[in-house]
Design a protein around this ligand. Sequence first.
Ligand code: HQG
Length: 182
Amino acid sequence: MQRSRKFISKKMSYALRHNPGKYGLKLDEYGYTDLHQFITAMNRVHHFEPPLTATAINDVIANSTKQRFEIKKDRICALYGHSIPGIIKHQEAVPPAILYHGTAHRFMPSITELGLLPMQRQFVHLSTDIPMAKQVGSRHDPQPVILQVDTIAARQAGVKFYIGNDEVWLCDELPAKFFKQI
Ligand code: HQG
């Protein structure tokens, strides 16, 4: 059976963000691995039928609403979301003055006390607009809380921000004084 783009994308995310070792893959310090080795490993583990090809992967990337992966010179990476041990390097940069984070009501007591933490991932993930933050938060809560982050104040206090893609920014742990609920 031909697998859906979503199915392929989820397996790609798993391999490139969370468990490259299961596929016998090594990521470089920026999270890239050889595209052809990646395809061979994906086919070996998942027995895609028809076999996964570079064309199919490009099709998944081109038809996704989110820019999750990048292919550069025959190497592929996940742009954000990593949980593997060993920090994947991202380009540090100056973010928009305001970013957003969508989350669940049930997490708020802990978030208010401890700030936003990376939890299972390497970085806290922030969105450039409210609709995207709502979408991210709705994975955890049907009526998510939206937090507005003052990145200028956070940067002045030494919090580092990194580019994920056009809509996703990453940062280190973010104390609660740098965001408010809207
Ligand atoms: C919460 C998806 C308790 C945090 C999305 C979040 C994103 C705390 C949850 C990307 C906390 C972690 C990442 C604290 C943070 N106490 N809870 N102190 N600090 N949290 O899934 O940001 O579609 O690891 O608010 O779109 O939801 O897969 O992070 O609710 O871009 O490409 O802990 O993953 O991208 O949840 O999502 P997650 P996230 P893809």
